[in-house]
Design a protein around this ligand. Sequence first.
Ligand code: FAD
Ligand code: NAP
Ligand code: SF4
Length: 673
Amino acid sequence: MNYPKLFAPLDLGHITLPNRILMGSMHTGLEDKARDYDKLAAYFAERARGGVGLMVTGGISPSIEGWLKPFGGRLTLPWHKPRHRKLARAVHAEGGRICLQILHAGRYGYHPLSVAPSRIKSPITPFTPRALSARGVGRTIGDFVRCARLAQEAGYDGVEVMGSEGYLINEFIAARTNRRNDAWGGDAARRMRFPVEIVRRTREAVGRDFIIIYRLSMLDLVEGGQDWSEIATLARAIEAAGASIINTGIGWHEARVPTIVTSVPRAGFAWVTQKLKGEVTIPLVATNRINMPDVAERILAEGEADMVSMARPLLADPAWANKAKAGRSERINTCIACNQACLDHVFQNKRASCLVNPRACHETELKIGVAAARKRIAVVGAGPAGMACAATLGERGHAVTLIDQAGEIGGQFNYAKQIPGKEEFHETLRYFRHQLDDTGVEIRLGQVADAASLRAGGYDEVVIATGITPRQVSFPGSDDPRVLGYLDVLARHQPVGARVAIIGAGGIGFDAAEFLVEHAPSSTTDVARWTREWGVDMQLQQRSGLQPSQPEAPARQVWLLQRSEGRLGARLNKTTGWVHRATLKAKRVTMLGKVGYERFDDQGLHITVDGKPQILPVGHVVICAGQEPNRRLADELIAAGGMKVHVIGGADVAAELDAKRAIAQGTRVASAI
Ligand code: FAD
Ligand code: NAP
Ligand code: SF4
């Protein structure tokens, strides 16, 4: 049997789960409006079909005060039940199980009605919450209980009580946000009364045959959080109050330690869950950056937890569990923890999706059916756009030839995968290698496609996915061999000295800086090194799990430059940009804006900063000044006429291009041919 621990059933008393895989709660943006629940039902049904043991919905509020945002999803009244019944039915029809997550946002509520234990504004929301009165606390507990009852009536298998991540319950538990001096605050015992009462009264209301998962903050990662003895005491009390499962919560949203981005090592926090083993007898769930079956199996085999939670990996591949069980892990479309289409979208009030799987949350709209007529199609360029397009065309039954001038598929992903913290990009390349093979795509590498060969090839249609060319920048001395392009560094591995200036501070400028300050490629498994660098106390002797960070000295002295004013990296992605900025700050990278590039010579790079001249004493310059579309072949074919030509990815538009757009466009174009 493949992954015997992962696929061992879990007996919860009244039901037995088929395996140890929990699909963790993920807000998708489809929870808020009744009209979106058919889409949400299709999304959950596909994952139930994919074999996951138990799923949890995105956060649903038990009251208006608990909204995440105005008019956010809530389950407070009987007439809210029918939409939820759709989800439960769709999942049960596929043989799955689903719990509703009850999430009261507390002071993270993005609206003026938000409430909290004390009137203390969070650093990440503009609204100051109202402090709940003692009666208000009692009423709020009642809201949780009513929500759980309604969930039960709607057909859910259980609820998850969201007690972590800095939301209301967590705010009651931590002295940081609870300054009360009544029965609900003061010492640790009174601060934890709120969650314990919620679980106790919920269990009373729903009876024995209903799952109650409690998501417990095991590592707050903010000043004024809990210490380990308080956490263990709370866990025992939550079990005694009637919870069926304890899930792990890591870090408040306002914490300045990354918890799920791609640079966090795989299973980087499973050791925290393990510390709780022995304190309780109910199953414990490990979370965060668990994305492949071998990682999940190891956690279970080493006794770190009884279940593993994965949220984003099941956005990326709904059939994750079935593939693992069938011994086809190499076919899993792995979550690369980029956040680009899931969390970043949610923070922008957009529907979530997935960079590597654009069908996620669009199951009813983006369908990959069999093509009406089989065509011969050439796809030129095997970067993300071309790979996704060719694989989808192949899946639909077309005869596809994928041509690339490079010796391997992947395009720019082959440079991205070398950036420290982006090692997961290897997985996407592995996935596409198999997907192209399985769908019968003929791959021709090391071959430059030109208009003549394409016309002679007898193709019905051609897709041009030739990507981009890096933008050239010209100033006196820019033709010096010590002035390099980012491809000279990442693709051709030209040596770079101890002091270097980077021109351009977009995504690639930041990545190049991270590459140049690191001594060696980072490891996706070196948890000890990572916790040292970010100041996480693995001994859990410090309150909140925080200790001073100890970043390793940078491999080089780096200056990162841009012409425009304003903070460098301001346009990086919402949920990950701060991590890149913090990383470079820790490596003492000098970031300069309002820069003019004057010349390069033996003294270094001569620049002006806000008009004032300065010489940076660097031996090398690396240019990361954006990109232009590589459209020559497309334009030639279109101008010649007589052939249906599609242009996708960077070849179509280079400005603000990323792999999310490239893969989505490749998939959509292919789904319509
Ligand atoms: P490309 O990846 O450029 O692929 C084009 C392909 O066409 C190449 O393989 C090329 O060899 C081939 N080709 C060109 N002309 C011909 C021809 N005439 N005949 C045959 N083959 C030809 N994006 C993100 O979303 N997230 C990230 O974290 C991220 N990090 C990055 C880090 C780095 C260091 C770099 C360089 C890029 C990063 N990107 C990231 C950007 C992302 O890789 C690109 O947006 C994406 O690769 C664009 O895909 P594409 O298919 O349009 O083009
Ligand atoms: P970019 O984000 O457009 O940044 C280009 C940088 O070069 C800017 O800092 C710009 O700033 C500077 N620049 C532009 N023209 C210049 C010129 N003529 N002379 C000097 N400087 C110039 O492009 P990129 O960094 O190449 O990234 C390409 C795409 O890849 C991005 O759209 C990004 O989405 C994607 N990417 C994403 C990630 C990720 O983590 N999500 C990582 C890497 C790449 P000034 O104009 O102010 O000088
Ligand atoms: Fe994972 Fe990125 Fe997809 Fe989100 S968008 S599920 S982080 S691969």
